[in-house]
Design a protein around this ligand. Sequence first.
Ligand SMILES: [Fe+2]
Ligand SMILES: [Fe+2]
Length: 434
Amino acid sequence: MNKNYNEQQLINLDDFELIEITKLSEFKTYPCDLYIPLSKRKLLKLFLKEDVVDTIRLENYIKKGIKSFYAKKTEIDQKLTAVNKTESEDIPVISEINYLPIRTSTLIPDQNITFNIFAMNDDGSYPILIEANSIVNQEQISCLLAENLRQVFILDHDEKSYQEYIDSNLKQIIEKVDMKVEEKAEVVSDHVCNKLESMMTDTSEESIKTLNVAQEHLQDFLKSSDDAVGSIIKMLTNDHQTVYNHSLTVGSLAYATALEITKMRQNPETASKVKMFDEYTLDSDEIRNILFSGALLHDIGKLIICLNHGLMTEDNKLPDEIPAELLSEHPKAGHEHLKKFKSVHPKSLEIVIQHEEFCDGSGYPNHLPKSQISIYTQIISLANYYDNLVSSKKNPLNSERALQEMDKVISKFNKYILPIFKTVVTNINASNAN
Ligand SMILES: [Fe+2]
Ligand SMILES: [Fe+2]
């Protein structure tokens, strides 16, 4: 181990007493520093004296079968009664708690971290590298990377703290020069998917605003490199398909299509090919925001319906199949749910209700003709149709086959946008193949 690593020191357990976790919930702030054993002779400080008591975290420990924490004898006063150690010999050590991998490259120099960071040894033990409530410096990050420690670990109960850390540092992560575009894609898309997921449980206006901020970061990332869209798509297609990463794929493809139309418009050699879009201002950031947020939210109705009908799987995912009569309701259900929020743009709402409509009138719920389907929805519809073909659970098609299938039903789509969309997908495939 590098000498800069903050190794936990051996301690004498005789200097410590055990404190029952249930007793702690009687306090507003922790009455003393609290520790959990990393091994028989090593303790890890979990909670700091005078920090606000986090009852949810305490309950999580109890659920894991941990009844007590250690506290220094000298810090315990009359308000706390220590547990007789002989009665609690079997206190689990922290190795029974799950560790989650995080990318070392997501650590930002000179920022405070509120979670402990561990390495993993070949023998399966997790030595502590950096203690919570300390500042990570560039030298520490460089040391880890130099030793090829591209992945470090946090405790699973610290996942929320890590997400908060990412929330406040995402801009710096996107701007990092020593981080690969694929790594950034993973961090940014995880972040957006998390925000989308939390919107389902937190139906406040604030959750939509948080999603909008996450979306802006994502768009900054997509603009930051020519490989950015491709790296997002590649990562999402390798990942387990959820409604969240489907929405993110649709958003990224629609965004890239709008960007391509803008580029063609600005180039005198190709401008005539996109003349039909002259009345639409697809090149403003605001419009691309609307397009993206419509894409991110387009299938939210599926989640609402499945939640309302108790159809979600045990791990809170959509079922493999949603009954057709319920599925046909999802554009309306999503629209109904989202129209309560002031922060959702009316044009994004329109995308949600219209995204299953087709230009030949064969779509649903209103069998709209092309003239009544917004240009934004017409772009989303292509990306949605394509991703449904390539990520189908029953019969996934490769990209080339999916584009061929779309050619067969060309009357469903805007015939001017389809070739541009195909160019976008082909370019992404070519850049991902390199
Ligand atoms: Fe849909
Ligand atoms: Fe969809």
